[in-house]
Design a binder for this molecule. Structure first.
Ligand SMILES: [Zn+2]
Ligand SMILES: [Zn+2]
Length: 380
């Protein structure tokens, strides 16, 4: 006999431990939340790991805005535990990396094959909701809790749009390749997709955190000639040199633009800015040679206004933004995992430490101080 109203296992709410931001600047609160099951076009993912990205710090501090309360985190990997109706791109048991674009499939940019510019992105970030505007998490008081960029990876589990899960090689270590979800794809994609670097090209990379080091690796994979790493932290410059940079500059000593032009006469083909700061974006413009391109990868506060000397335009210089590495997630994320498995993309060296979710506030504080490159939360 079928009892009307009885729920199958898949329809029941679950519990998930998560790190929730309730107010700007506040600590992340570790608590158990109730998670409702996936609906049509959605999947339930059990996260294996999440990197902590500088943008999480920016959302915590209100430099970037999302509706609160919300589970932060957006650089995750995991295993699919359940799928809603109509999901065809992944199945239960698949190993996946979550991407950062909702890929609604309906907007102009998705239809033009540019899912990295999906028009729903701003909306889901602003609301901290899923694509239909709803939320799936509740705290013990019954308050609705959002999740950052639809994915909220500072949690053991999440319900996310199916299109945001990209299936990868199941042999890849999830606690390492999670970095591909944001920083690595943003950086490697900037070099390989946004500007399509070629053998022998020169570049400078301002900022050697997770994104900048990924740009450097992308440039090396493309066969770049001169790769100049710029960072004030000696350990990061050393790491950059070990990952493919041919030169490293401390921007606190001398004039950094002149130093770049001493190494590469006339400037570089590509000057990547991976910090998201007005002054360094303007420096990137000055480092690019005539016909070269300044590529803005870092995300500054949205009200930032730049001042650029106009003369460079008459050297036919280009000024270009890079959104999520101009990435097609279903094509590029498995490809970047394969590059890791072949040893071309070195991710282990970029991970400073693995922690548990309970240590997240300390790790966010370290990131605020500019220490380390990537801390990764590992879930049980
Ligand atoms: Zn990020
Ligand atoms: Zn779209």
């Amino acid at each position: 006999m079928i009892v009307v109203g009885e729920k199958t296992d898949q329809e029941k709410n679950m519990k998930t431990k998560a790190a929730v931001l309730y107010e700007i600047g506040g600590p992340l609160v570790i608590e158990e939340l109730e998670l409702s099951p996936p609906q049509a076009g959605e999947v339930l993912i059990k996260y294996a790991a999440s990197g902590i990205c500088h943008s999480d710090v920016s959302f915590r501090d209100g430099v970037l805005e999302t509706a609160l309360p919300a589970v932060l985190g957006h650089e995750g990997s995991g295993v699919i535990e359940a799928v809603g109706d109509g999901v065809t791109n992944v199945k239960v048991g698949d190993h996946v990396i979550v991407s950062l674009t909702p890929q609604c499939g309906e907007c102009l940019f998705c239809k033009e094959g540019k899912p990295f510019l999906c028009a729903q992105m701003g909306e889901v970030i602003w609301k901290a909701s899923l694509l239909d505007g709803s939320k799936r998490l509740k705290n013990a008081k019954g308050d609705e809790i959002g999740q950052l960029v639809c994915v909220g990876t500072f949690a053991e589990r999440a319900v996310i749009p199916a299109g945001m899960a990209s299936k990868i090689n199941p042999d890849a270590p999830l606690e390492t390749v999670c970095l591909i979800g944001c920083g690595v794809t943003t950086g490697v994609g900037a070099a390989l997709n946004t500007v399509k670097m070629e053998v022998g090209d020169s570049c400078a990379v301002i900022g050697c955190g997770g994104v900048g080091l990924s740009v450097i690796q992308g440039a090396r994979i493309a066969g770049a000639g001169t790769i100049i790493a710029i960072d004030p932290v000696p350990q990061k410059r050393e790491l950059a040199l070990s990952l493919g940079a041919t030169h490293a500059i401390d921007p606190m000593v001398g004039n950094v633009v002149k130093e770049v032009k001493k190494i590469q006469r006339g400037g570089v083909h590509y000057a990547f800015e991976a910090l998201g700061r007005k002054d360094t974006i303007e420096q990137a413009w000055s480092m690019a040679r005539a016909t070269g391109t300044a590529v803005i990868v870092g995300v500054p506060s949205p009200d930032t206004v730049l001042e650029l000397p106009v003369l460079g335009f008459f050297g036919e210089k280009h000024f270009k933004g890079s959104a999520y590495g101009t990435t097609l997630p279903s094509r590029d994320i498995p490809k970047f995992v394969d590059l890791y498995m072949k040893g071309d993309l070195r991710l282990d060296d970029m991970i400073t430490s693995h922690i548990t979710l309970e240590d997240i506030n300390d790790a966010m504080a370290e990131m605020t101080r500019g220490e380390g490159v990537r801390t990764v939360i590992k879930y049980d």
